[in-house]
Structures are given as C-alpha cells and as structure tokens.
Design a protein around this ligand. Structure first.
Ligand code: HEM
Length: 510
C-alpha cells in the first residue's frame, strides 16, 4: 500500500522476464551494459527493438528500462485511459516540473488550461494570426539574420533560429510590442534550454536527494523565469487594469495572453487571475514551442541545403504561385495550396523526429495492467512504442533513408486523382497516426502542431523568397541524447540575402 501511494514514476517495479534489447548472451550486468549500448547508438538500438514481434525490455539512460510493445499492440497502447497508462505522469517526471517550475500547480491537471487554450483558441485563430506571423518573420529575420547582399556567410541555424522562432511565436502569445522585448525573448529561450538540462540532471539525482539539490540546480531556470516575468508583467498589469475599467477591452487583443486572462476572469478563481499564474502559462507555451519548432526548421534547412537545388526551385515556384493566386495574402488557403512545402517538412520530420520513442507512459493502475498478449505489467512500469523505426520502415516509406521532400505531396496527388479524399488528407504534415508518430500519437499527440506547421511554413517560405543557400556537400549528422534526436548543433549553412526577394507580399507583409 505504501508503494502504491507513491507516484508511478517514483517506484521501481519488478519487471517481467523478457529479452533485453542491447544485451549479449551470457554477459554480466546485462541491463546496465545494454543501457550504455542503447544510449550511445539509439538508432541501432530502436531498429533492433523493432525487429521483436513480442514485447521486450529496452534500457536507455534517460528513461530507465521500459517495456517496449510490438507494433501489433500499438493500437491497444493508445486506447488505454489515464487510469491505466499516463502520459501526464511521464511529463511530470521527464521535465521534473515539481522542481523546475516556480509554480508546479500550473501542470497538475491532466488537462491544464494552456492545453485547452491551444485546442480551442490558438488552433482556431490561425487564419487571423497568419498576417501577423508573416510580419514578425520578416521583422525578426531582418534583425537577427544578416541583411547584406554581397556575399555568402556562415550561419548556424541552432544559434540564430531560436531568436526568430521565439519572436514569431510570442507575436501570437503576447502580441506586439511585448514580443520585441529582448529580455522576454532571451529568457524564454534560456528557460526552455535550462529546463531541458536541469530535468536530465535531476533525474540522475537519487529521489531522496532531489529536494536538497534542486534549489541549487534550478537556479538558472528560476533566474530566467524571474526575468521573463519582469519583461511581461507591465503588459499583464496594463491589460488587467484595462479590463477592470473598460468593458470592451478584451476584444482589442487576440493572443494567448488575452485568452488566458479571459479564461481566468470567467473562472472567477483568484488563483487563475493572479499575474504570476497568467505569466506562468505563457512561459510554459514558450517552453513547449521554441525548441521543438527550432529543431524542425533546422532539420529542413539542412535537408534542403544538402540535396538537389532543384528541390528549392520547385518549392519557390509553388510558394510564388500560391501567393500570386491569393493576392499576396497569407491565409489558410494560401498555405493549403503549398502541398510541396508541407511535404518537405513532413519528410524532414519523418527522418528526424524529436524523439525515437512515442509517448512513453508509466502504468498508473495500482493493480497493474495486462497487455493483449497476456503480459502483466506492474504499477510504475514504463511502457513505450518505438517511433523512429516506424518512420524508417521500408514497407511504409520505400527508400526510407533518402530525403524525398515531395514524397507526401506525390501521395496526396495520387490519392486525390483516385478520389480518395481521406487518404489525401492523411498525407498532411499535421496528420498523426500509428504510421506517422513524429508529433506523438493518440490523445497526447502534440496539440500545437497546427500552429507550429503554419508558422514554420511561413518562416521557411520567407527564407526561400529572400535568401540564397550554398549547397552543402553532405547532410551533417543529427546527434542524439538518450532517446531524443537533435539537429546538428554546430554545423552551418552558407546564406546570402537576395538583392530582390522572389515575391513581395501585399500590404507590408514583406
Ligand atoms: C514542430 C514543432 C513541434 C514538434 C515537433 C512537437 C512535438 C511534440 C511531441 C512529440 C509531443 C509529445 C506527444 C506525446 O507525448 O505523445 C508534443 C506534446 C506537446 N506539444 Fe508539441 N511539438 C511542436 C510544437 C508545439 C507548439 C508550437 C506548441 C504550442 C503552441 C506545442 C505544444 C505541445 C503541448 C502542450 C504538448 C503536450 C500534449 C499533451 O500532453 O497532451 N508543441 N509535441
């Protein structure tokens, strides 16, 4: 009973006797040695795990030992309710939110307010936000990137893109001019970065010692939080004041900050309406968007720069054509008319998902759960599905190691020609399924993917219209940490601003 009252990730359950991926027959300390091997070559390890037709144990340094289910049990895995398998508890554990957030209550609910607002407001407002995002892309790229047109210069995507992405997403989160604040942008990025490192370090610290060491280890994150809040506070106070004095004030703003304030006011709950609560939610949104979006854009830039320049020409022709057809306006329809751009991102993310595993989840039923093949898993056992090998399965994606940017656009076209509307829609970047788990799968699939796909396509379109790239001799390799995959961190691409952009947007959406 004492064990059951602990959170599922705080117990060390007895694991079933299953083959261990990465272990060799007859060796000592097989799990530890397998953990080392799997963590140092995660791609080979997940490929080996994928070959099992039954469940196996998968030790990896940042998750411990998970039970990996075979492809045939993925559908069952996704159907399980929170009371059996919980992505929520995994997130609390993975990001050590009890220590890394100044207010852990913000994520205590299984469905916290920020997720509801992403689904109900952010996604529905994309069409209205697009012109603002396009404006912010042009402004931020011109400020962060080089604008001289005389020669090619090295530019490391992982150095510069977070600043562009942060400005762009914060235009939709807090509006202008607050999103121009250097302190807001820099500390949103710093918070996201330090949370990543600190949560890994905390998970390596024995649980009993975490309360002792956490105050010191989380200092950089707390400093970034304090500074981020200081940059945002005047805007929050101003809006709260305006709402108390002017009944129509709320309708002046259409951003995540305002939706959060509106929801807080509607709830009548004092905690929700506290400036710190409101600002905490904006900071969480910065955390979930900046790095994920930076990774996706970096990957696709490296992929395009390292392959045939004809791909870039084809993308440019499509972008110019769609913009011309829509009078130079960014709308959802303009984006819908760029299937090749969408496909290039989907293909790049197929080859380089953020995680090699989809949604690891601990068992939350105190009595354990039993899989369709009869395997009993105790409370606290981590269960996972291997995402990377699905995305590289030659039966699903012929020639899977080759970057074919228009793979999904071609499939979409073929399906449309055959009148298969659903099949055509399934080729869109944001479409998640058991065969495309790059944004996660099931109930916990990324809710921000519609916003991410729109903002990133606008950003890449701007770069292709305004910059020329020098071809890279080869695609720099993407490093891994534990089961996560990163873009090349230090590699550069050579860029030059074009004297004339290929297309000038209408009404200053340049
Ligand atoms: C290309 C950019 C992005 C990628 C690759 C990405 C990827 C992911 C992945 C793999 C997950 C985990 C899903 C799972 O556990 O099954 C996730 C969850 C999440 N993402 Fe994204 N994401 C991106 C952008 C964004 C943006 C821009 C937002 C916010 C506006 C966002 C908000 C979230 C949230 C709130 C969750 C947690 C969902 C839940 O637990 O139910 N993401 N994302």
């Amino acid at each position: 009973e004492r064990v059951r009252s602990k959170r599922p990730y705080e117990v060390r359950p007895k694991l079933p006797a299953l083959p261990i991926v990465g272990a060799r027959e007859g060796e000592w300390l097989p799990t530890l040695r397998a953990m080392w091997r799997n963590s140092t070559d995660i791609r080979a390890a997940v490929a080996a795990g994928y070959r099992f037709t039954e469940a196996c144990l998968f030790p990896v340094i940042d998750l411990g030992t998970a039970v990996v289910l075979p492809p045939a049990e993925v559908a069952w895995f996704l159907e399980q309710p929170e009371t059996k398998l919980s992505a929520h508890y995994h997130q609390l554990d993975a990001f050590q939110f009890d220590y890394t957030l100044t207010d852990p209550q913000l994520v205590r609910d299984v469905k916290p307010l920020h997720k509801t607002l992403i689904n109900t407001k952010l996604t529905r407002e994309i069409n209205n936000l697009l012109p603002l995002l396009a404006d912010e892309v042009a402004r931020s790229v011109s400020e962060v990137w080089r604008t001289d047109t005389d020669s090619f210069r090295d530019l490391c995507p992982m150095d510069v893109l977070p600043h562009v992405i942060s400005r762009v997403v914060n235009r939709a989160f807090v509006g202008a001019p607050t999103c121009y604040s250097r302190a807001l942008v820099d500390n949103g990025i710093a918070f996201a970065q330090t949370l990543g490192y600190t949560s890994i370090a905390l998970r390596f610290t024995p649980q009993t010692l975490r309360p002792v060491f956490a105050p010191l280890m989380t200092l950089p994150g707390k400093r970034a939080t304090r500074r981020f809040f200081a940059a945002l506070r005047p805007e929050v106070d101003r809006r709260l004041h305006e709402m108390r004095t002017d009944a129509g004030a709320a309708s002046k703003y259409n951003d995540f900050l305002q939706w959060t304030i509106d929801a807080a006011m509607d709830s009548g709950d004092e905690y929700q309406a506290r400036p710190r609560t409101i600002m905490g939610r904006v900071l969480i949104l910065n955390f979930v968007s900046i790095h994920t979006s930076t990774f996706a854009l970096s990957h696709v830039l490296f992929d395009l720069a390292a392959h045939s320049p004809a791909y870039i020409d084809e993308l440019r022709a499509e972008i110019v054509g769609a913009l011309e057809a829509h009078g130079g306006h960014w709308t959802k329809q303009t984006l819908a008319d760029m299937p090749k751009l969408d496909s290039a991102f989907r293909e790049s993310q197929r080859m380089n998902p953020v995680s090699t595993m989809a949604s690891p989840m601990p068992v939350t039923d105190p009595n354990g759960i039993t899989t369709p093949s009869g395997l009993h898993l105790r409370y606290g056992t981590y269960v996972a599905v291997l995402a990377y090998p699905i995305l590289h399965d030659p039966n699903l994606y012929p020639d899977p190691e080759t970057f074919r940017p228009f793979r999904f656009a071609d499939r979409r076209e073929t399906a449309s020609q055959q009148g298969l509307k659903m099949e055509s829609a399934r080729q869109a970047w944001t479409s998640v399924s058991t065969t495309y788990p790059a944004f996660g799968m099931g109930r916990h699939a990324c809710p921000g993917r519609f916003f991410a796909s729109s903002s990133l396509k606008i950003t890449l379109a701007y770069l292709l219209m305004n910059y020329d790239f020098e071809k890279l001799p080869e695609r720099p390799p993407s490093p891994t940490i534990g089961f996560s995959l990163l873009p090349p961190l230090k590699a550069s691409i050579r860029f030059k601003r074009r004297e004339k952009p290929l297309y000038v947007l209408d009404k200053g959406q340049d």
